[in-house]
Design a protein around this ligand. Structure first.
Ligand code: URA
Length: 179
């Protein structure tokens, strides 16, 4: 709460740091807190977050038990605009430290902003969602952001296919997540 590394500090209610068990093998990473998250201090607690939790429970994942969830920036961008590169740069050190502590084997980016930051700068979510990239011993993929699924439910079947692929990857590289 003392962080003043960027101007988002001036407008936030809460810092939304992250949630999940310390030994989670899987990490989900969104772009930045929205209004509900800013008010409650927890990631993905709005309508999109509820949809995400429902979908993830179908492949045996819950934030209480086996995944960690956080964002690229920890404070809400005003009116939910995309976080600026300067804000991402100021904040990303917190994510690197979270990843160093949790050491996830599987990293899932939620939407293009996280994928552009963590997979590659020219990531194309429509074309590349669900594909796997190995980096420093962990496997990275991206799925549509839950807000995009709320706006356009015709994207849901693609996301369910991606979730089955995530379940298969977890069984392959960190089966203990499901034990
Ligand atoms: N959208 C995000 O990207 N992250 C949240 O925590 C909530 C909504």
């Amino acid at each position: 709460m003392g962080c003043q590394r960027c101007a988002l500090a001036d407008t936030r209610t809460n810092v939304v740091f992250g949630k999940g068990p310390r030994d989670a093998g899987v990490m989900f990473i969104g772009e930045g807190p929205g209004e509900n998250e800013d008010l409650q201090g927890e990631p993905f607690v709005g309508r999109g977050g509820q949809l995400l939790d429902e979908m993830l429970s179908l492949v045996g994942l819950s934030r209480e038990k086996n995944f960690y969830i956080t964002n690229i920036v920890k404070c809400r961008p005003p009116k939910n605009r995309d976080p600026l590169n300067t804000e991402q740069d100021a904040c990303i050190g917190y994510l690197w430290e979270q990843m160093e502590l949790i050491r996830p084997k599987v990293v899932v980016c939620l939407g293009r902003i996280a994928a552009m930051r963590l997979i590659k700068p020219d990531y194309r979510i429509t074309r590349e969602h669900g594909q796997w990239v190995e980096k420093d011993g962990a496997f990275y993929t991206a799925i549509y952001h839950p807000a995009a699924l709320l706006r356009d439910p015709t994207k849901k079947p693609d996301t369910f296919a991606d979730l089955r692929s995530i379940r298969a990857k977890i069984r392959e590289v960190c089966p203990e997540v499901y034990e």
